[in-house]
Design a protein around this ligand. Structure first.
Ligand code: HEM
Length: 169
């Protein structure tokens, strides 16, 4: 894969951070709204707002985060499957994007349409789902900053680039 020059890499990293942390922020908004509905806020107002935030912001951001994350890996010396912390983030994010697109978004649309008529069990799901995904995103953020577990065995560093094994520049 082609490597990009440092200014382009900085721009890509900035885009990665803006999209990923925007995703986390949007998830916290969904969690707050889900809790608010459970604590007495008008569900006829809150669930349509959740549906709008979910479909117009959260779902598109999920796909964007995945694409920019993959680009950040492929266009830098980190690679997509070379380092364990990147691989774990890729798996976590891929699972989350699948759940957002095929489970959460349809559920949010359903909740937005039903409003106050939404059954109690479905209401609980709209708190649990954003709580779980927020936790996974915090894990992804911690993995990104600490970069644990080193390099995978299948991709042995050569003598020339061994110094890059922990922090590619
Ligand atoms: C497809 C999923 C993802 C992949 C493959 C991925 C990959 C990467 C790579 C390779 C870097 C280093 C970029 C560089 O050095 O130029 C990076 C940085 C970072 N990523 Fe991700 N990422 C993904 C998703 C996420 C998510 C979901 C979050 C948080 C919600 C996140 C947070 C961060 C942060 C905070 C950094 C900056 C770390 C630093 O500069 O020390 N990433 N990511």
């Amino acid at each position: 894969m082609p490597r990009i020059p440092p200014p382009a890499r900085k721009a890509l990293l900035t885009l990665h951070l803006v999209t990923a942390l925007g995703w986390l922020g949007t998830d916290l908004v969904l969690l707050t709204l889900g809790i608010a509905a459970g604590r007495g806020a008008d569900p006829a107002v809150v669930y349509p707002v959740m549906a709008l935030v979910g479909t117009a912001l959260f779902a598109p951001l999920s796909v964007l985060v995945w694409l920019v994350g993959v680009a950040s890996s492929l266009l830098t010396p980190w690679g997509l499957v070379r380092y364990r912390w990147v691989l774990v983030k890729l798996v976590l994010t891929t699972v989350m994007v699948g759940l957002v697109l095929f489970l959460l978004t349809p559920n949010l649309r359903h909740a937005g349409a039903l409003g106050a008529a939404l059954p109690a069990r479905d209401r609980a799901d709209l708190v649990i789902a954003p709580a779980v995904s927020t936790s996974l995103m915090i894990i992804a953020t911690v993995l990104s900053t600490y970069k644990p577990w080193g390099r995978r065995r299948t991709a042995q560093p050569t003598r020339m680039n061994r110094h890059r094994a922990t922090t590619p520049i």
